[in-house]
Design a protein around this ligand. Sequence first.
Ligand SMILES: [Zn+2]
Ligand SMILES: [Zn+2]
Length: 326
Amino acid sequence: MEVPWLLLVHGSVTALVVVSFLCGQWPIFEGTFIQSINHFLTFGAYHYLLRFVQSVCGTGARDLVLGVEGYCCDRPNPILQVFYVAIIGVTYFIIVQTSFQYIPGYYVSGLHRYLSVVAVSVGAILFVLTSFSDPGTVTAENVSQYVSSYPYDNIIFVEKECSTCKITRPARAKHCRICDKCVARFDHHCGWMNNCIGEKNIRYFVAFLVWHFLICLYGALILGFILAGEIKERKIIYILTVYYGIDNSFSGLFPHVAQWLLAVHNTQILLSVFLAILALLLGGFCAYHAHLCLTNTTTNEVRLSDLEPLKDIQMARLHHVDEKGK
Ligand SMILES: [Zn+2]
Ligand SMILES: [Zn+2]
């Protein structure tokens, strides 16, 4: 009994740390303990590491660590892209290795062996589309077109030249310091995609989010049905009530069924909990982006308007001007 609970606690803590590290800076976690854990993992722990390296190995070693950080965070690099592929690949591999033996099962048709391949492949295609498509780079050739589609509101966006690109920066555009280019209707620079999210690829990005939310939900549900099928096929309820004389009620059976599941199927339980947590996070992120789409706002503008005291008036002005321009 002790070991499965230990596994469950271990799984939950690991999921919490992974989630906090990967998603703690998302706007939906602002002010929550997930953001605090993220702050410690990404900033606090790093700060202590730098001090430790400096005191033990000297300034040269500290500068080396800073240089690696500069490469990872300030320049385009595929580290998080590789990490995404690894997470998807390893998770799917573990599911195939540990849970495909139960497909087809009592409640799960054999079709899901193939449907899951299709689901993961569509996710990968959306990832490639978002990562490698043009986010809407503003160039000397297309700048006039963007300036006329996005008129200036003269509050948040004032007509100004980009000091790096040496071209007029259209309203709602931003110069991405990582990609080193101006991007039209800039949303944010996505480390996972190693690309900016802007006017031209936001639709792929949102489709990617929605699709991954659905995949995680699908995986968690199928694993749940596999477990329900195992309980049914192995006649667990029958054995518990007839052979062990357990009271045939939910409260009577639940602890015993849970104990059996944790002992025999702890991998499936951990996988489904992991997928359910991811689905919850992606669901929140999808809802946030759906809200941005419906209000015709970008993540960048939410950030900008948070800096200003008259944000509601400014956002209203911005969208009024934008609509007139269309
Ligand atoms: Zn620029
Ligand atoms: Zn960028």
